[in-house]
Write a protein that binds this ligand. Structure first.
Ligand SMILES: *Cc1c(COP(=O)(O)O)cnc(C)c1O
Length: 380
């Protein structure tokens, strides 16, 4: 059995360092927003080449507080990708603003910058772009669009910790960048955690306020804030894992090279595309196949742990289905029907990756005995 992601192996590699964190934590007497959180914030801001990092309780909370700090609320519109994870949309909805979905470029799966400008109205306050599956969006292009329209550029970087854009760290490039440290992310806590990075001191202060009941001074509440604090234990764990992140992302790249050499030019499989400006963090390795649900079943039966990110685009989820028609975003729909995430992670061995590729090739070839359908060739 090859799992989609082997989290236990990651924990095992650094077990002793984690036990030190636990020991320090147990004797500290400080459990929420203390010195570990402060140290992590300093270290992660520096890793992201950003000025400020505010640790919060999850990626969704990071997005929500970032949008609130930017003053986004009722009657405002925020542009999002039509094929992102639901949290991106939910954060907008939680502020009272309206989501305005824009289709992705099917080659990169990231929001198509060429389609953004036409969706900007007098109500648009921000573009909230997702670095999906670890691949950075074209920051320069989106920045130019946002600057021209005088709106904010916010990034959902939940899936791309450690990625680079034109040799610069993501996290320090847009006005606000939001990170998730959910356990399965590239930088994962052993529980819930997230952060916002920004170079703007005012925004940073506002987020600090909002995460802690709207309070800067004890007993005085300037804003209707939330309890979105980061706890000491998770911060301590994240500090340890941050020191391993680059090495782990490099191992992910080695798996990608292996997949690329074994799966290139296989009829019926479309491999993920990269872009010269981007160094992906390879959070997921997402291929596209025809008859995806059947392929998924066959792979799982063969002991290869695969999943779909995501089978239902946000506009067809119950929460949004009354706002949009099901066929309104054909690219998101097409991707939802064809994407398949195959095993990826820093602890996937080369032999297991080879096994994944060989099994996948066998299954796809069996279903395309004459070299594949015209449809799959054209889709490539
Ligand atoms: C995981 C994820 C989030 C939410 O992060 P949580 O920590 O689970 O709240 C938001 N956006 C994207 C794209 C994600 O993958």
């Amino acid at each position: 059995m090859v799992p989609l992601l082997d989290l236990a192996a990651t924990t095992a590699e650094i077990r002793e360092e984690l036990e030190d964190v636990y020991a320090r934590f147990l004797s500290s007497g400080q459990y929420v927003l203390g010195s570990e959180v402060e140290a992590f914030e300093t270290e992660y801001a520096s890793y992201c080449e950003s000025n400020y990092c505010i640790g919060v309780s999850s990626g969704l909370d990071a997005l929500h507080l970032a949008l609130r700090a930017a003053g986004i609320g009722r009657n405002d519109e925020v542009i999002v990708a039509s094929n992102t994870y639901i949290a991106t949309w939910l954060a907008v909805t939680h502020t009272g603003a309206t989501v305005v979905p824009v289709e992705p470029d099917p080659a990169t799966h990231n929001i198509d910058p060429d389609l953004i400008a036409e969706k900007i109205t007098h109500r648009t306050k921000a573009v909230l772009a997702t670095n999906l599956y670890g691949l950075p969006v074209d920051y320069n292009e989106i920045h130019t669009i946002c600057e021209a329209a005088d709106i904010r550029f916010v990034v959902d970087n939940a899936q791309a910790s450690g990625a680079k854009y034109r040799n610069r760290a993501v996290g320090g490039l847009a006005s606000l960048e939001c990170h998730s440290f959910y356990p399965s992310k590239n930088l994962g806590a052993l529980g819930e955690a997230g952060a916002v990075t920004t170079c703007d001191q005012k925004l940073a202060n506002q987020i600090r306020l909002l995460r802690n009941y709207g309070s800067r001074e004890r007993y005085y509440h300037e804003a209707a804030g939330f309890n979105n604090r980061l706890d000491e234990l998770q911060a301590g764990i994240l500090r340890v894992k941050l020191r391993h992140l680059d090495k782990w992302n490099t191992r992910r790249k080695a798996v990608v090279s292996l997949y690329e050499s074994d799966l290139q030019n296989v009829t019926g499989i479309i491999l993920p595309r990269t872009r010269p400006y981007a160094e992906s963090a390879w959070h997921q390795y997402v291929i596209r196949v025809t008859d995806r649900d059947r392929r998924l079943e066959q792979l799982n039966d063969a002991g290869i742990g695969c999943l779909v990110h995501y089978p239902i685009p946000p506009h067809r989820s119950g929460v949004y289905e009354s706002m949009f028609s099901a066929n309104q975003f054909p690219i998101a729909n097409e991707l939802a029907n064809s994407v398949l995430s195959i095993p990826m992670g820093p602890h996937l061995s080369s032999s297991d990756a080879k096994l994944v590729a060989a099994t996948l090739k066998r299954i796809v070839r069996q279903s395309n005995p004459e070299g594949g359908s015209a449809e799959s060739r054209n889709a490539a």
